[in-house]
Structure formats: structure tokens, C-alpha cells
Design a protein around this ligand. Structure first.
Ligand SMILES: [Zn+2]
Length: 238
């Protein structure tokens, strides 16, 4: 699943088109109904910005396109006219390059960016005050943006904090530091080892206790944690 680091990589690739006037088309029928391509066709791309898990493409005339990749979306940048098989969601064609969005489940023109919390990779996090169960808070894009399920689980394991712990009772700075460090490494192409994510039932690499998993929060995203060495309690009712 694309997390914030994948979005920042996509923004870097797309930056070759910034300043260029682009031809836009949506070969995929589901993308055609979004009406995005005709709104931006022939306009100059002014900026590409990753904010949390959203990519914002700002065009001249004050038009901003939001692309959220969810599980399956991918942005690629290819030489202009590159051969391809299939129907991408959006093609932005500049003089030398074209950016191609495949399987972009969220593509829309927005008036202004959503209200998102500071980006864990690029912004000053000193003002972030997380609240609620820490595992939910780390995924709440309004509190801090860009952290997906893999890195919230791994950052909490590094910090020895249970996802069920109350955010105000734990060392938030340390947890955010781990999330930032793991994601920055992933952005640079490393593949940080996973200690708990998708390892339910297996031994914790630190203490040997079997790792647990359980859905958490309104979205019921699966939290993975070690009940042996991650303090702060378990799910409600236990
Ligand atoms: Zn453990």
C-alpha cells in the first residue's frame, strides 16, 4: 500500500513536468467521468506536492487536482510517446515526458487542499499534540499526515508503546521520531525490517511473546503489537 514515502517519491518524479504546459487525457472510462482531464488540458503545471497520502497537482488558473492512491494507484513518468498496454486514469503529456496515473481510485478537482495535519516526513512536528488511542491518532490524517498502517505499527513497536495506550500518556515525540525515521529510510529506498506488521501469532523479535492483531478505530485498520513489551494496555474490555 502506498504510504507517505511512496507519495513523496511520486511527487519527485512528477517534478520534471512542473513549469510545462501539459496535454491531459483520461483513457480509462471510470476516470473520464471524473471530468478532471478537460479541466486541466492545456494548462501549465505549477506545483506538485505530497501532503500526507495525497498528491496535489496545482495548475495555472487556480485549479488543484487531488490524487489519492489508496491501495492500487501508481504514478509513473515516462518519455513522451512511450508505448503502453492498458488504459491509465490520467496522462499528463509535456514536451519531453509524460506522467501516467494507473488505477487512481481518487482523482478530483478540489477547491483547496483538505485540512491535514503536519506531514511526518517534511514538516515540523513539534506542534503536534496527538489525542485518543495512540494507534488511531497516528492514522488520523488531521492530526499528523502521511503515516500508514505499516509504519504506525512498527513505530509503536520501536517505542515499546501499545496502540491502545492513551496518546496523552505516552512519549509522542519519540513515537513520531521513529515513524519519521522509518519512513525517511523507506523514501531513500531502504526496506526497513518489519517486526510486528502482519506477524500475528509469531514471536516478537525482542521478547518472544506472540504478536497480536486486532482492528482498531472507525476504519477498523488492523493493529499489530506485542503485548509483552509494548506497554499501555490492550483493547477495551480486556
Ligand atoms: Zn515483545
Amino acid at each position: 500500500m502506498p504510504e507517505g514515502d511512496a507519495l513523496h517519491r511520486a511527487a519527485r518524479r512528477l517534478s520534471v513536468l512542473v513549469g510545462e504546459r501539459v496535454e491531459a487525457e483520461s483513457p480509462h472510462p471510470r476516470a473520464q467521468v471524473t471530468g478532471v482531464a478537460p479541466r486541466i488540458d492545456g494548462r501549465r503545471l505549477e506545483a506538485v506536492e505530497a501532503v500526507g497520502k495525497n498528491l496535489f497537482l496545482r495548475f495555472e488558473g487556480g485549479i488543484t487536482v487531488r490524487s489519492h492512491l489508496r491501495m492500487s494507484g501508481r504514478w509513473r513518468v515516462e518519455p513522451r510517446g512511450a508505448a503502453r498496454v492498458g488504459r491509465p486514469w490520467l496522462v499528463l503529456r509535456g514536451p519531453a515526458h509524460e506522467a501516467v496515473l494507473w488505477n487512481g481510485p481518487v482523482l478530483e478537482v478540489v477547491r483547496r487542499p483538505l485540512r491535514l495535519g503536519p506531514d511526518v516526513l517534511t514538516d515540523d512536528l513539534s506542534t503536534v499534540r496527538l489525542h485518543g488511542p495512540i494507534g488511531e491518532a497516528l492514522l488520523d490524517q488531521r492530526q499528523v499526515s502521511g503515516i500508514g498502517n505499516v509504519w504506525r505499527c512498527e513505530a509503536l513497536w520501536h517505542a515499546r508503546v501499545s496502540p491502545w495506550a492513551d496518546a496523552v500518556a505516552v512519549d509522542q515525540r519519540e513515537i513520531l521520531h521513529y515513524a519519521h525515521r522509518l519512513m525517511a529510510a523507506a523514501l531513500d529506498g531502504e526496506r526497513p525490517r518489519r517486526h510486528v506488521y502482519r506477524r500475528a501469532g509469531r514471536a516478537c523479535p525482542r521478547c518472544g511473546t506472540p504478536i497480536r492483531s486486532r482492528g482498531q478505530g472507525d476504519d477498523n485498520r488492523i493493529a499489530y503489537w506485542c503485548p509483552g513489551c509494548q506497554g499501555g494496555g490492550g483493547p477495551p474490555g480486556e
